[in-house]
Design a binder for this molecule. Structure first.
Ligand code: 3HC
Length: 293
């Protein structure tokens, strides 16, 4: 019988963390959303408010359900508030030193039976687990953007992950209405390993002048049946995230398909990060997209 998690913590309320917190709250779990920076905490709160608002306007939620969902999330600036959580999932930036420092803190603060999960896109879960005294109860729980919509969760096992927590996390993913797949701890796991090579290759085709950005997007939507073309998807993922994932993949695989395309580096250096900054490959300045992502 899998263990049922009732109170979960989410650390980091950026696009992914806020989306994950919303998914937990929609499934009826109590959520503790942590952001140590006060402005980022407000942005996370705003993200969940707008996303649930949108569901009300589309007739997917009633106003009462929206209020209930919102009421299940407690927003805080202190990690100490995670002491009673059954599971904590981390969704902070993809920097190994930050993650290891956070997991060492979580290990000290959280009860011994708590499971500690990372939403890392590509970094080694094993290296993160090694920063704690409970590596058997550290696992990858990788959601996809937009988290409230995408149905997959990659459950990442390391060589030391215990069977119990792994089964419990897979059962939790099902309770959230997601389909879990079990993957090993290799850079990019399954989806990002395959997807980022393709997206990076699209940027290379653009640089080589094979086709325009709009035509590459249209070609992949209409010719390959994908919901979005590669540049629209890169903008959704965030060009900084895409760049970092490519870097990690390239370091591990040494496969040139993952060597970040120069245009990706240039856009990130210029602060053009995609939807979240209002401009990436495409321009979102005049739309409501920034508020919606
Ligand atoms: N947050 C919450 N809900 C959202 C949303 C968001 N940011 N964007 C769209 N939605 C919801 C809409 O409200 C709508 O819900 P409804 O059906 O209940 O009314 C539903 O999604 C469909 O939205 P739209 O009708 O506006 O638009 P589309 O039909 O074009 O769908 C999409 C939008 C779901 C984003 C679709 O285009 C898609 O699947 N794109 C591909 C996304 C993808 O591949 N993501 C994975 C990226 S890789 C990743 O995340 C890994 C990481 O580690 C890098």
């Amino acid at each position: 019988m899998p263990r049922a998690f009732e109170t979960v913590g989410v650390v980091g309320l950026g696009t992914m963390g806020a989306g994950i917190a919303e998914v937990f709250a929609r499934a009826g779990l109590g959520v503790i959303g942590v952001e140590v920076d006060a402005d980022a905490l407000e942005r996370g709160r705003g993200h969940i408010r707008r996303s649930t608002e949108r569901a009300v306007s589309r007739g997917r939620l009633t106003e009462a359900e929206r209020d209930e969902i919102f009421g299940r999330v407690r927003f805080t600036g202190s990690l100490d508030d995670l002491r009673d959580a059954d599971l904590v999932i981390e969704a902070i930036p993809e920097v190994m030193d930050f993650k290891r420092a956070l997991f060492a803190d979580l290990d000290r603060i959280c009860k011994p039976a708590a499971v500690l999960a990372t939403n890392s896109s590509s970094l080694s879960v094993t290296a993160i687990a090694a920063a704690t005294s409970r590596p058997g109860r550290v696992i990858g729980m990788h959601f996809f953007n937009p988290a409230p919509v995408m149905k997959l969760v990659e459950v990442v096992h390391t060589v030391v992950t215990e069977a119990g927590p792994a089964d419990d996390v897979a059962a939790l993913a099902r309770r959230l209405g997601k389909s879990p797949v079990t993957v090993g701890d290799r850079a990019g796991f399954v989806v990002n390993r395959l997807l980022l090579g393709y997206l990076n290759h699209a940027a290379t085709l653009l640089e080589r002048g094979v086709a325009s950005m709009g035509d590459i997007d249209t070609a992949m939507r209409l010719g390959a049946g994908l919901p979005m073309g590669p540049f629209t998807l890169l903008d959704l993922i965030g060009l900084d995230t895409a760049y970092e994932v490519c870097e990690v993949l390239f370091q591990e695989s040494r496969d040139r398909v993952h060597a970040p395309a120069p245009i990706l580096r240039e856009l990130v250096a210029g602060g053009l990060l995609g939807r979240k900054s209002g401009r990436g490959f495409h321009d979102y300045e005049d739309t409501q997209v920034r508020a919606d992502t």
